[in-house]
Structures are given as structure tokens and as C-alpha cells.
Ligand binder design. Sequence first.
Ligand code: SAM
Length: 213
Amino acid sequence: MIIMNDNTFIGSLKQQSHVAQFLLFAYSIAAFTPPNARVLGIGVGFNSIAEFCYNAEIYLQKYHLAQEFTGIDIDDRHLSIIREGLAQNEIPVEQYRFIHADAQRLETITTGQFGLTIVRHPQVEENHSDAKHHELYDVWMNIFEKAKQKVSNNGLLIATHFRQQGFLYTKEILQEQGYDLKFSGENPFKGSYFRSENNEPCHFDKYLIVARK
Ligand SMILES: C[S@@+](CC[C@H](N)C(=O)[O-])C[C@H]1O[C@@H](n2cnc3c(N)ncnc32)[C@H](O)[C@@H]1O
């Protein structure tokens, strides 16, 4: 059993890759210790999902912090890539469930509630200043509203973003929804970086929000 809120424990996270690090950091600062939580990933995509699955595997198998993972994405191609990634890495799939659906329909496509909900890079700020942005913003507002009903009482919602504007919009949405923000700011475990279109180094999970219902 992991001791949360323990500096030594946080220190030991450095041995792990950054997704496990920030997830366990979030658990720690929120003093969140659900044994075998159900985990929901919204808009799981494929960019970082292989890494996420690897890390999910760590906390499913090693720390028993989760009992199952449900991932939802509107794009079936992304889910196929994830399934291939799991198979190639010989990760047992029984505890993973991937649903090809619009997350705005969360209440009809999932059952029960989730101790931990993860939303990495919601598209709340893409193409801002044009009509498409407003459309995407509204869609993700709606997804966050539906997600709130799926987060169990005292459950956690963890969101990350690589752009500051996306982080700020997401933070605003979660605050308006009445979550207790346990952490919001630059992620101490932001991981490696990629180059943006301007050749700027961008960290996938540069900003982190840990919200408790
Ligand atoms: C910016 S990507 C982030 C992907 C992944 N979370 C990551 O960190 O690499 C956003 C993801 O949300 C998915 N998405 C967009 N709208 C959605 C919706 N209405 N319901 C479910 N997934 C959606 C997209 O297909 C895409 O995979």
C-alpha cells in the first residue's frame, strides 16, 4: 500500500515515467486513496496513449490503484492504434475497455461512476478566434458537464494541457462546475517535449489540473 503525502514517496516517483509520476502526484496532493478505482479516460486519442497504457498498467498491476480502465474516443482509428499498441506490448487487455463514441453521450455509453477521470489535452482552445473554436469549446463544455455526473463523490478529475490558453479555459470550466481544485499550474512532472510549428519546445502535459468533486 502506498503512503500518500509522503515526500519520500514523491521522490521515488522520479524513477518512473512522467505520466505515472503526475498521476501519483495528483493522488498524493489530493490525499486520494481509493483502492481499485475505476478509471475513465475521455478523448484518449493515440499520441500519448501507449505511454498512458504502460503507466496505467503500472498502477493497475503494481499499486492496485485502479481496477479497470475505460477509454472513450470519437475517432475509431485512434482506438485501433491503442489496441495494436497494447497487443504489441503484450499488455493484458481484460482490464481495458475502449468505446468508440461521442463523449457527449457519456451517460448512455458507460455505467456507474468513476473514482478517477483523466482528460489529457481537451480541445477547448483549438483554432481560437474562429467559428470552429466556438463549436469545439461548446462540445468540450458539454463533455465536462456529462463527465461531472460520472465522477464519484470525492472522486478526482485530472486534466492536462500543453498550451496555456487551453489550460486556462479548462481550469475556468472546472471552477465553474464547482470542483475543488487541489492543484492547477505548471506540472512538476511534465515529461519530455516535442517541437511546435514555431520550433518551440512544448511539453505534452505542461499544465496540470487536479480537481476533486
Ligand atoms: C488533442 S487530442 C488528445 C488525445 C490524447 N488524450 C492525448 O493526450 O494524446 C483530443 C482527442 O479527443 C478526441 N475527441 C474529440 N472530440 C471528442 C468527442 N466528442 N468525444 C470523444 N472524443 C473526442 C479526439 O478524437 C482526440 O483523440
